[in-house]
Design a protein around this ligand. Structure first.
Ligand code: OAD
Ligand code: ZN
Length: 253
């Protein structure tokens, strides 16, 4: 058995025995669906970094520029379909386990794959929130007809209904995630560079409370040394091999 096959077998057994599982996903899980990740060469948009655009300051300075970036991201996602990684997680939910799926992604691909118990930490790309009255509009227009878009209710400026750098994630949401970590036996961390808080610390919280942590990510991540099993492969190839109803699948290479 190769080292990779051994890790997969170990991870499968651990997941199989667990009744409570927390999964944390990041942009990497959608990479095989053609959605650009944030970090790395292809992650840059017109030489801006997400940290320069995904902020309230950037938005109030130049709402149109920030909206152009979101319009580009909506366009990049609009034809994307879930990949085997998303589907494997949706299937895991049907296996009678208590699964909490926490995602930093705003692309909606977990929903499209059929997962239902999803916590979207960073909001949703397909919602526009009024900066004045707070009205939230579901909007799937690509490209947006009006940039920046206006609120349908009061006519004021709309913003993406996402969490930006420098903004708080609702405490109640963080509490729910921490509680799920406290109650789980296993945490899976998939396709995230592990540099953006608070998501980045969640694996550490799991380790501090003696949970088993399994990471599937292409590149190195800062906390991988603390995790129990680390698989440096594509999530769309590995996740379908980790869950028991896919017993008959094998590695293709
Ligand atoms: P990143 O773009 O920072 O990291 C994506 C990670 O996925 C990288 O470590 C890649 O190595 C890995 N990866 C790429 N393709 C993969 C594949 N096929 N299978 C497995 N792993 C793969 O994305 P996030 O960590 O999600 O926040 O970024 C976190 C947050 O930073 C985002 O939610 C966003 C961003 O700024 C906000 O906008 C608030
Ligand atoms: Zn309004």
């Amino acid at each position: 058995m190769s080292e990779l096959e051994e890790k997969i077998a170990q991870a499968r057994e651990i997941i199989d025995c667990a009744s409570n599982i927390v999964v944390l996903t990041g942009a990497g899980i959608s990479a095989e669906s053609g959605v650009p990740t944030f970090r790395g060469q292809e992650g840059l948009w017109q030489n801006y970094r997400p940290e320069e655009l995904a902020t309230p300051d950037a938005f109030w300075k130049d709402p149109k520029l920030v909206w152009e970036w979101y319009d580009w991201r909506r366009n990049a996602v609009k034809d994307a379909k879930p990949n085997p990684g998303h589907y494997a997680l949706a299937e895991l939910e049907t296996q009678g386990k208590n699964l909490t799926l926490v995602t930093q992604n705003i692309d909606g691909l977990h929903q499209m794959a059929g997962s239902s118990n999803i916590t979207e930490m960073h909001g949703n790309l397909w919602q526009i929130r009024c900066t004045k009255c707070g009205e939230i509009e579901q909007n799937f227009e690509v490209p947006l007809r009006q940039l920046p878009p206006k609120c349908k209710k009061c006519g004021d400026l709309g913003r993406p209904n996402v969490v930006w750098f420098g903004e708080m994630i609702e405490m109640a949401l963080i509490d729910t995630i921490l509680k799920a970590i406290e109650e789980c036996q296993v945490m899976l961390i998939i396709g995230t560079s592990g540099v953006v808080e608070p998501a980045a610390s969640m694996g550490l919280v799991a380790k501090q409370t003696n949970k088993t942590v399994i990471e599937v990510n292409l590149d190195e991540t800062p906390s991988a040394g603390l995790y129990d099993i680390v698989i440096r492969e594509k999530s769309g190839e590995i996740l379908p091999l980790l869950f028991s109803s896919n017993n008959n699948r094998t590695l293709s290479s």
